[in-house]
Design a protein around this ligand. Structure first.
Ligand code: CP
Length: 338
């Protein structure tokens, strides 16, 4: 479901029509997302960005998306800067903030936090990551990126092979991704992780119940063969103690240029929700010059996708065109590489 006034709490709430509509709106909004056109349709609207966990791209891309549509953004970063440290409940916080803002975006370390906030708020609530559970808007960005990257290679999501690699137990983006991509047809999911960090069965089961193939692999050789998309993720060291056994297994699963060339098809797309861990190195930087690496196109896509989400939830997906004009300032952006 993706209707006017709805909350966005889980990737499981979307169907294929929702994704098609979101992608169509996001594509139209791309010139505004890049600042090539200016839009003031949300002038007077306020978004509360409540981030109780660290974030770079989710918090800033949500803020950019709302600002590019003409709205104002109020940011809260860290539990310690809010009255929650004085004992205020999440429900009271949500009710109070919803008296000040027209939409709330929330990231919180506890699974279910977004649901608690949505139950108490008077305005739509968007889950920007709830502990180890889900990150539905990252999955929407990933879907949009996968669709574009596969189309550029003459392929479709239906019938594709999607490899999900890394910390699948605590990596919430992978949970939302497998749920979201399960609305498509005939996908072969390959889940590659250290055994201790396998994907919780509840998420793999969503894919199986929708008729997809789910295979578990413990080596890159087995995991990467035939991949159309390789989605690598960071080991979530803030959520668990990495023991030497897990570290050894993870090191063997590091994606670098040598093993990508050895085991993956030449045209496979490489994605990662970022941040990547420079110390652990699950996605080596020697891969950066390869055109297969789409991670920065993926981060760029976070803005039009989140703009489209606001447009659909706030009911301006068709009327925003009346509020668009050319910018009064010159764009000064250098070309992307690659
Ligand atoms: N992908 C993602 O959630 O990144 P941030 O933690 O920087 O928001």
């Amino acid at each position: 479901m993706l209707d006017i006034g709805c909350d966005v709490l889980s990737a499981r709430q979307f169907d294929r029509n929702d994704l098609a509509r979101l992608a169509e709106v996001a594509e139209r909004l791309e010139p505004i997302s890049r600042g090539e056109m200016v839009c003031r349709v949300l002038e007077g609207a306020v978004m509360a960005n409540l981030f109780f966990e660290p974030s770079t791209r989710t918090r800033i891309s949500f803020g950019t998306a709302f600002a590019r549509l003409g709205g104002a953004v109020l940011d809260t970063s860290g539990l310690e800067t809010t009255s929650i440290v004085k004992g205020e409940s999440l429900a009271d916080t949500a009710r109070v903030v919803s008296g000040y803002a027209d939409v709330i975006v929330v990231r919180h370390p506890t699974p279910e936090a977004a649901k608690i906030i949505a139950s108490a708020a008077l305005v739509p609530v968007i889950n920007a990551g709830d502990g180890e559970a889900e990150h539905p808007t990252q999955a929407l960005t990933d879907f949009y990126t996968i669709a574009k990257e596969l189309k550029a290679r003459g392929k479709e999501i239906d019938g594709s092979t999607i490899v999900i690699l890394g910390d699948l137990r605590y990596g919430r983006t992978t949970h939302s991704l497998i749920a979201l991509m399960s609305v498509f047809e005939d996908i072969s999911f390959r889940l590659v992780s250290p055994e201790a960090l396998a994907m919780p069965d509840a998420y793999a089961e969503i894919a199986r119940q929708n008729g997809h193939t789910v295979k578990i692999a413990r080596t890159l050789e087995e995991g990467l063969a035939g991949a159309d998309v390789i989605y690598a993720t960071r080991y979530q060291s803030e959520r668990f103690q990495i023991d030497p056994q897990v570290r050894d297994a993870a090191e063997k699963l590091r994606l670098d240029r040598t093993n990508f060339r050895a085991y993956a098809p030449e045209d496979a797309v490489i994605l990662h929700p970022l941040p990547r861990d420079e110390v652990f190195g699950e996605l080596a930087t020697d891969i950066d010059p390869l055109p297969n690496l789409a991670v920065f196109r993926q981060t760029d896509n976070g803005v039009p996708v989140r703009m489209a989400l606001f447009a659909l939830i706030l009911g301006i997906a068709d009327s925003y065109q009346d509020h668009v004009r050319a910018p009064a300032w010159p764009l000064r952006r250098r070309p992307a590489n690659p």
